[in-house]
Ligand binder design. Structure first.
Ligand code: NAD
Length: 481
């Protein structure tokens, strides 16, 4: 571990860990791959256990003072941090496209929404509540910071998801160590570097590494809280590891979102929207539409409209103008998505559109709709996390609600209908953390975000989400002896 002073901030400069207010390099380095070209990106640190110890110690030291800094000052530091990200949005977006693969316009939208998230979440407070007060006593509930938090981030929204953890942690007085995915470390390392201008040493730190780093952090006795976003499979491992030291955990996990299309919808409009919300970010969104249930009366024209629209979506390098689908983010994910195609071929399912891998360097997959696969098929029951979606029919309202809910996942769900009474009634029967009518995926940082069932534990964002970084403390105070 060697450290250097803070250079002039440049998103495309060199990439360092941030430990105790300094930029820090490691003996061993590695690199991510630009998924559109297959070419290597810049070298990044591979943190060691000593780096983890150093970051945890710095965070523990920082906690002593940062937790005492007045709330308004912590809010101001976050607002200044958001302003600085905003000034660099265009560069962050380019770097994001280069490391993650998403089209530049969506990369810019992600970086900008991170700014909105920080501004909104830093505006919330966790006020004391007075339970009872009379001449002799006062009972107060207050929310005190937990200590040191670790934020573990996946590769699909590295900027937005890191900021969605940094802000609530830091504003409530907890230093945080961010661990990006090894596939997408670049923007997060630069967020860490930028943060050093606004926070004291040890308050916001970012460590990049290989597959050993996450387990080291969750097992380390120092941190008090793990906020994890990623797959359900890994989330279970994180919870198991955190249980050894009873760290608090918030888990934001996988999804298998159903959408129900009623017979009275305007077919051309809704078909386009549903396909868009299934294929955004090449389907690599926890909350993307992953199962489409269309009423049998409109099934054929609705599927046709989705197919025609899907054919118009440009699949290319995210740097190219007009690209709607960039590549799948990494080779592991590419192979996983191709596994779904093999299963479809083997079981003779009907491909309505797509179904081929693009003949290009990089991990490109054509957006694909599968016409009425069996309800127990791999595609209907598992999360491909790629641009391949099953379309099924339904007839009876209760039956489609039961099918939509027949999953261990419960992240998002939606219903589309012109008759809003019908739509709202169906929406209220769906088992998911976020449920939409006539849209999907439209998130608001003022609202809690989390999953039901195996899609998560706890929730993030919103004023209430700040409490996930706090202990609840009840004070039974005396006013008279
Ligand atoms: P992943 O679970 O493989 O990895 C997520 C993060 O965990 C990465 O930083 C990874 O390095 C780290 N990690 C891996 N093994 C670990 C371990 N044993 N201990 C600690 N950390 C470990 O997920 P992914 O493939 O990066 O992301 C895709 C998944 O994430 C999908 O299932 C998707 O639905 C889900 N996701 C959920 C949300 C949400 O908010 N609910 C958001 C985005 C993605």
């Amino acid at each position: 571990m060697g450290s250097v002073g803070l250079p002039q901030f440049n998103v495309f400069g060199e990439y360092y860990n941030t430990i105790d207010g300094k930029l820090s390099s490691t003996q061993e380095t590695r690199h991510g791959i630009n998924p559109a070209t297959g070419k290597p990106n810049a070298e990044v640190p591979v943190s060691t256990e000593q780096d983890v110890d150093a970051a945890v110690n710095a965070a523990k030291k920082a906690f002593k003072t940062w937790s005492k800094v007045p709330y308004a000052e912590r809010q101001k530091a976050l607002r200044d941090f958001a302003d600085a990200i905003e000034k660099n949005v265009d560069d962050f977006a380019k770097l994001l496209t280069q490391e993650q693969g998403k089209p530049l316009m969506f990369a810019k939208a992600e970086a900008s929404s991170a700014v909105t998230w920080i501004r909104t979440l830093s505006g919330f407070e966790v006020p004391e509540e007075i339970i009872e007060e009379d001449d002799t006593k006062k009972i107060i509930v207050r929310h005190t910071p937990l200590g040191v938090a670790v934020g573990i981030v996946p590769w699909n929204f590295p900027i937005q998801l890191a900021c969605g953890k940094i802000c609530p942690s830091v504003v409530t007085g907890n230093p945080i160590i961010i661990k990006p995915s090894p596939f997408t470390p670049y923007c997060d390392l630069k967020l860490g570097e930028l943060a050093q201008q606004f926070f004291p040493p040890g308050v916001v730190q970012v460590l990049s590494g290989d597959d050993r780093l996450g387990p080291w952090l969750t097992a380390h006795p120092g941190p008090d809280k793990i906020s994890f976003t990623g797959s359900t499979f890994t989330g279970k491992k994180v919870m198991e590891s955190a249980s050894k030291t009873l760290k608090r955990v918030t888990l934001e996990l996988g999804g298998k979102d159903p959408t129900i299309v009623c017979p009275d919808v305007d077919i051309p409009t809704v078909a386009q929207k549903v396909a868009t919300l299934a294929f955004l970010n090449s389907g690599q969104i926890c909350l993307a539409i992953k199962r489409i249930y269309v009423h049998e009366d409109i099934y054929e024209p609705f599927l046709k409209a989705m197919v025609e629209f899907t054919k118009t979506l440009k699949v290319a390098d995210g740097m190219e103008e007009g690209t709607f689908l960039g590549p799948v983010q990494n080779s592991m994910q590419y192979e996983k998505v191709k596994g779904f195609f093999s299963d479809i071929e083997k079981s003779g399912q009907t491909v309505a559109v797509g179904g081929v891998n693009e003949d290009k360097p990089g991990y490109f997959i054509t957006p694909t709709l599968i016409d009425r696969p069996k309800e127990d098929s791999k595609l209907v029951t598992e999360e491909p996390f790629g641009p391949i979606v099953p379309v099924m029919t339904w007839k009876d309202e209760q039956e489609v609600i039961d099918r939509a809910n027949a999953t261990r996942m419960g992240l998002g769900a939606s219903v589309w209908a012109s008759n809003l009474d019908t739509a709202n009634r169906i929406a209220m029967s769906l088992e998911a953390g976020s449920v939409w009518v006539n849209t999907h995926l439209e998130l608001d940082p003022r609202a809690p975000f989390g999953g039901h069932k195996e899609s998560g534990v706890g929730f993030e964002w919103s004023a209430a989400g700040l409490k996930a970084y706090c202990n609840s403390q009840t004070l039974y105070l005396k006013k008279k002896a």
